[in-house]
Design a protein around this ligand. Structure first.
Ligand code: SAM
Ligand code: SF4
Length: 405
């Protein structure tokens, strides 16, 4: 009988796309999927490590599948795999924390999942021999540094009309609070011909809307020589940057609408806004995380811009991209954040009038620079600051909703 797989995804759109890629690879191998966790032979948790809260949710779910004595017995429970950012962050230490987990796979090793599952069902240890100890039955793959391009071409998309398309993996910015560079590795740009091939294949499958994904899409740069436009023309380009890519994608036949996330303010410029205004199929939507309105905190966060730079960007965006929407991310309670620093963030939110804002309470992440600072803003104070900005933003979003914007 065909084995059934249940996949639960935590975190960002990048993880949503990774889960789809994993499902595409496993479908090709003949596995079936189920939405009912209790009917699954294999459970995959595609995890997020960006905040402590995201990790806690995963651990409590994984704990549900321990058998009574906490021992490892395949007959009594499904195979459990931890994939993604938690896998990369904790590697084989996961087996100590959660002995019921059978395999651990980092984001750059997801292409190996079908092989790992096969090996476990064949009862083989990583060395290919029959395991002699429980620990030997565990498999972990967390050393990969790049993904094979083929994984993006399984042709499987959860949605019939919309597809996420990864344009770059990893991040080299090292914002002081952020675990992403440690769990997803340095920035790697996909070749633009590969990206275009994936989009064209998706359109052949009926997809009409695309979201381009990357941690900092504006930093996209691809080395290449010659590109064929959908109309059949050829143009030579020594290097394709993000704006070139937007213009090329805008010309793809059959594509009705596209957008991108996420933009980093330090790499965002007027040229992007002009391209957004000029590309008819590009959604007039910009997610531009500010994180803080205080120059002192922005410096400690290693964000590479200040408050004035950010506000100027927003002014230019609104001048150039007529009717454009803008959303943001904010962290409250970063180490040493004073009442005045918080007030700067509050005032910025009031001043900018974002269409929506995602507000997070700071939590220290392993390996990051900020984890060496004392997490000195009290939990109750973080909660208060979180609530205050949330309320402010709710009022702003309500006004937009009333005006139908
Ligand atoms: N690459 C994007 C950027 O630079 O804005 C976002 C990456 S991160 C996956 C999504 C959001 O999580 C960040 O914008 C930030 O607001 C939040 N975040 C990251 N690390 C955090 C931490 N240690 N504590 C609280 N929030 C955090
Ligand atoms: Fe993390 Fe900063 Fe990279 Fe975004 S830009 S993923 S916040 S390090």
């Amino acid at each position: 009988m065909r084995k059934k797989i249940f996949v639960r995804t935590y975190g960002c759109q990048m993880n949503v796309r990774d889960s789809e890629v994993i499902c595409g690879l496993l479908r090709k191998e003949g596995y079936k999927f189920t939405d009912e966790v209790d009917k699954a032979d294999i459970i995959l948790f595609n995890t997020c490590s960006v905040r402590q809260h995201a990790e806690d949710k995963v651990w409590s779910q994984v704990g549900r599948f321990k058998n009574k004595k906490g021992t490892v017995l395949y007959e009594n429970r499904p195979l459990i795999g931890i994939v993604g950012c938690i896998a990369q962050n904790y590697k084989e230490k996961i087996f100590e924390q959660a002995p019921n987990v059978d395999f651990v796979v980092g984001p750059s090793d997801i292409d190996k999942i079908p092989g790992i599952i096969k090996r476990i069902f064949r009862g083989q240890s990583p060395s290919g021999t029959v395991p002699s100890t429980l620990f030997e039955m565990k498999i972990w793959e967390t050393d990969g540094d790049s993904r094979p391009e083929e994984i993006y071409h399984t042709g499987f998309y959860e949605d019939k009309e919309h597809a996420y398309v990864v344009i770059s993996e990893g991040c080299s910015n090292f914002c002081s609070y952020c675990v992403v560079p440690y769990v997803r590795g340095p920035l790697r740009n996909r070749g633009y011909k590969d990206i275009l091939k994936e989009i064209e294949e998706a359109i052949d499958k009926g997809i009409t809307k695309i979201t381009l994904l990357g941690q900092n899409v504006n930093a996209y740069k691809s080395q290449s020589q010659c590109v064929s436009l959908p109309e059949g023309d050829k143009v030579t380009m020594s290097q394709v940057n993000f704006i070139d890519l937007l213009k090329i994608i805008n010309g793809i036949k059959g594509l009705k609408e596209f957008s991108f996330i996420t933009s980093h303010p330090k790499d965002t410029a007027i040229e992007l806004f002009k391209a957004m205004e000029d590309c008819a199929k590009l959604k007039k939507y910009l997610h531009l995380p500010v994180q803080s309105g205080s120059d002192r905190i922005l410096k400690l966060m290693n964000r590479g811009y200040n408050r004035k730079f950010y506000l100027d960007l927003i002014n230019n965006y609104r001048k150039i991209v007529k009717g454009g929407q803008v959303t943001t991310d904010i962290i409250v309670g970063f180490p040493t954040e004073t009442q005045n620093d918080f007030q700067d963030t509050y005032d910025l939110v009031k001043n900018v009038q974002f269409n929506a804002a995602f507000i997070f309470k700071y939590s220290p992440r392993p390996n990051t620079q900020a984890a060496n600072m004392v997490d000195d803003v009290l939990k109750s104070e973080k909660e208060k600051r979180h609530r205050l900005i949330l309320e402010l933003q709710k009022g702003i979003s309500k006004e937009y909703a009333k005006s139908g914007y």
